[in-house]
Design a protein around this ligand. Structure first.
Ligand SMILES: *Cc1c(COP(=O)(O)O)cnc(C)c1O
Length: 423
């Protein structure tokens, strides 16, 4: 926490409904974080189910009220566990899946295969066969090899609906690993190649062209840049479906001010109204902005080492949060029962890398061994990239709502760590 931030501002980064109990302990979804930690251990990702559901509803309302023929497809890769995908399905969303594994978790979550959108810049025969066999609604063609493969895989007499992914040529102001819309991107085809792909699909008996897709990047804080996705695909012609991708940024820190959902929907739909056919379907694919703010990660402080820098080390780190080392994203943190102000420290993880830092320069009040530390805004891209580096057991996911906590993904066991070593 930057020194000037108040306890109220810090609580504002946690899911809506977060408060402190009489003794100062943070309470999410009516559950005290110390109770959650005692019951499920640490580290653990704690999700407010109500916040998650509300966000899904808000997204649908924001877009459908402005453009009735709009589908919101949750970008599963940002939090691809069955329980989260099931919430999205129950709230009426479609699911965007990247690869075969996410098709399987989506189906296990009860998704209608016809409402899945399959992405991938390197789809294998196995994945495309799975998609075609299971009846995935839209396959997003990223390259000419996808067309060759589908022509081999789709059975005679059937047609697989497709979108063609187009590079929008937008230099997004975000971390290099999160920019996908620039001319050199590995995702999609430049407009001239996209035209060739569209012509090939139009001629194919086994493929049906429903429309075009684009995605500018992730953690974008400027609606203008997000809305630039529309023009390059509008120029390619008249189609039934225009998929505008995801990418809306979220508030991780006090000085980030992402656009509101309404401002985002306003900007996208204004462009759609100006440039797209009136009765076409638009799809948006939010990932990060759908799930990030509904969760936090709980850690136990294992060591406080005071030297040139005060290092507060916790029992997790890059095993459960790669965003810091991958994209340089800054997070905030607090001791769970002493919210606000204090000594500026560096919160580090337990892994054998100096880059395994959770938050550099955050003010914690009297950090001590055994304290619970809570890091807000960890709902996106944390669980999904959790790993077993240094023999870490991957983190559990706990849903909290109305004073009840339930485990939806269990922690790895020690046996899980050994299970795949067959010799
Ligand atoms: C990752 C991705 C998304 C979601 O991006 P967010 O920044 O998480 O909203 C949407 N569409 C595609 C094709 C993606 O690759």
């Amino acid at each position: 926490m930057s020194p000037e931030a108040t306890a109220e501002e810090l609580i504002g980064l946690f899911p809506p409904g977060t408060r402190t109990d009489g003794d100062g302990m943070l309470t999410i979804g009516g559950c005290r974080l110390d109770d959650v930690a005692d019951r499920f251990g640490t580290p653990a990702i704690v999700v407010s189910e109500d916040a998650l559901r509300q966000r899904a509803r808000d997204y649908l309302t924001a877009f459908r009220s402005r453009w009735p023929r709009c589908d919101v497809a949750f970008a599963s890769k940002s939090f691809p566990c069955t329980a989260v995908q099931r919430v999205m399905v129950e709230e009426g969303l479609n699911l965007d899946v990247a690869g075969g594994g996410e098709i399987l978790t989506a189906l296990k979550a009860g998704a209608d295969p016809a409402r899945l959108v399959l992405h991938g810049n390197a789809k294998s025969d196995e994945e495309l066969t799975l998609a075609v066999d299971r009846g995935v609604g839209l396959v997003v063609v990223d390259n000419f090899d996808d067309i060759d493969r589908l022509e081999r895989i789709v059975p005679t007499g059937r047609q697989q609906p497709c979108l063609v992914r187009v590079i929008p040529g937008v230099e997004a102001a975000t971390h290099a690993s999160q920019a996908t819309g620039h001319a050199g991107s590995k995702f999609g085809l430049m407009p001239d190649d996209a035209r060739t792909a569209i012509a090939r699909i139009d001629r194919s008996a086994k493929l049906r062209l429903d429309g075009v897709h684009t995605h500018v990047g992730s953690q974008l804080l400027d609606v203008g840049q997000l809305a630039q996705a529309v023009e390059p695909i509008a120029k390619l012609g008249t189609f039934d479906t225009y998929d505008l991708g995801g990418g809306l940024g979220v508030r991780y820190t006090y000085d980030e001010h992402p656009p509101t959902l309404d401002a985002y929907a306003d900007a996208m739909v204004a462009q759609a109204k100006a440039l797209l056919p009136e009765h076409s379907r638009i799809i948006v694919e939010p990932g990060r902005s759908m799930v990030a703010g509904s969760a936090c990660t709980l850690y136990r402080v294992t060591t406080v080492k005071r030297g040139v820098v005060t290092h507060v080390a916790v029992d997790g780190g890059m095993g459960d949060n790669l965003e810091v080392s991958l994209t340089g994203q800054r997070f905030e943190a607090t001791i769970a029962d002493r919210v606000g102000g204090g000594e500026t420290v560096s919160v580090v993880g337990r892994h054998c890398e100096s880059g395994d830092q959770l938050v550099d320069g955050v003010a914690l009040r009297d950090p001590s061994v055994g304290d619970l530390l809570a890091v807000p805004v960890t709902g996106a891209y944390c669980y999904t990239m959790s790993n077993q580096y240094n023999g870490a057991r991957r983190v559990p996911v706990v849903f909290v709502s109305d004073g009840a906590a339930r485990l939806v993904v269990r922690r790895d066991t020690w046996d899980d760590l050994l299970m795949r070593d067959v010799d």
